[in-house]
Design a protein around this ligand. Structure first.
Ligand code: MRU
Length: 376
């Protein structure tokens, strides 16, 4: 595949990324120079999306150890261990649902544990760089496997001289990863191979990751797409305007249940009702063999303000705020609000998991088998 720009990139020893809270209206690059800045970026959703959170957290540990090495505070092993524990625990506590977060932290931690403590900063940085490169590679592989799984549907659409119609929820594209994305990787692959595709982009209230982020990156890549209100998907499926649904995910439980952005479950139900394949793209780092089922996953409850307000750009030229990004209230003051950020799609509704090792059924048995083949 030709190169799409990376979402998180390294210049020398600098960690750079987009501030995703400002997209699509402001393309602002931020530097993460301390572990606290990495933690803040995850917590405040400057960076988001399970794989990107994992890699950011890995660099967070590396930045923390670099800071410690510079300060001389980790001259004794015990002091270094205490500091490392604190950094790792704080990073892991930033968001609860995406398992990639703890995975990224633990990958670096494990590498460090095998090195003498004066080398920790160097080893941690090297491991974070490896995870960074591996994420881009893994997503390119997910793209290949996804495209193979879609072969027949692509041929059918081609016979009918129309694009393959894909529906996606939230943002599981390049912006949710280091590069390519998970759910959008097969879409980018198809587009680059000259296969006609069109993406229905769920807006994804309350934070609008679909309307703001997925639409932004598809537009940059020149992929035809249409943003729809979250509730439009069912009608489009009923009318035969959707060939396939593909989403990313934040955690796959040991039984194959999928936890992803709120609203995913309703799309899976509608897809099942209309016999439309519902695929989940995920790296193996998103599979959590320690959580038996989706109901055991800690679902992040976020602030009411995300539902009460909407953020956008003022387009009224007569306004003093013209071209400013503002939040406006859409819910009456005094109404109660609940804001769960993720939901659970039962494994039975999932056509398959598209991983870097190939497509597997969303079953406990298949998950055990694929994980058993992975290096510890
Ligand atoms: O709250 P967010 O924006 O971090 O949620 C992101 C999602 O739900 C994505 O679909 C998921 O992380 C998969 S990203 C490849």
């Amino acid at each position: 595949m030709a190169k799409l720009p990376y979402t998180l990139w390294i210049e020398g020893h600098r960690v750079l990324t987009w501030d995703q809270r400002r997209l699509p209206f402001r393309e602002e690059v931020i530097e993460l120079s301390t572990w606290q800045e990495a933690a803040h970026a995850i917590r405040s959703m400057q960076v988001r999306g399970a794989p990107l959170i994992g890699v950011t957290a890995a660099f967070g540990v590396a930045l923390g150890l670099r800071e410690l090495a510079g300060s001389g505070r980790h001259s004794s092993l015990t002091a270094a261990q205490t500091a490392l524990d604190e950094i790792c625990a704080s990073l892991i506590a930033t968001r609860p649902t995406a398992v990639n977060l703890a995975w990224g932290v633990n990958q670096v931690r494990r590498a460090v544990a095998q090195a003498p403590h004066p080398d920790w900063a160097r080893v941690a940085w090297a491991r974070a760089l490896e995870l960074h490169a591996a994420d881009a590679q893994c997503n390119a592989e997910i793209g290949n496997h996804g495209l193979s799984a879609w072969k027949e549907m692509i041929a059918r659409a081609k016979d009918q001289a129309r694009p393959l119609q894909i529906l996606t929820h939230c943002n599981a594209g390049a912006l949710a990863t280091v590069a390519w994305g998970t759910a959008l990787a097969p879409v980018y692959q198809a587009h680059q191979q000259g296969i006609a595709v069109h993406v229905w982009v769920d807006e994804t209230r309350p934070r609008n990751q679909g309307a703001s982020l997925t639409a932004w990156e598809l537009a940059r890549a020149g992929v035809p797409h249409t943003v729809i209100a979250d509730n439009a998907g069912g009608l489009l499926m009923m009318r035969g305007q959707v060939d396939v649904v593909i989403v990313g995910c934040d955690r796959v439980a040991a039984n194959g249940d999928v936890v992803n952005k709120i609203g995913t479950y309703l799309k899976a139900l509608a897809a099942r009702a209309h016999q439309i394949p519902f695929w989940v793209a995920c790296p193996l780092s998103t599979i959590d063999p320690d959580t038996p089922g989706g109901m055991q996953v800690d679902i992040e409850d976020r602030e009411a303000s995300e539902v009460e307000q909407m953020q956008g750009l003022v387009e009224d030229q007569s306004s003093a705020l013209y071209q400013q990004m503002v939040s406006v209230r859409v819910v009456p003051v005094g109404s109660a609000v609940l804001n769960p950020a993720f939901d659970i799609t039962p494994a039975a509704l999932v056509s398959g998991l598209i991983t870097e090792r190939g497509v597997i059924p969303a079953t406990g048995k298949a998950i055990c088998q694929v994980l058993a083949l992975e290096p510890a």
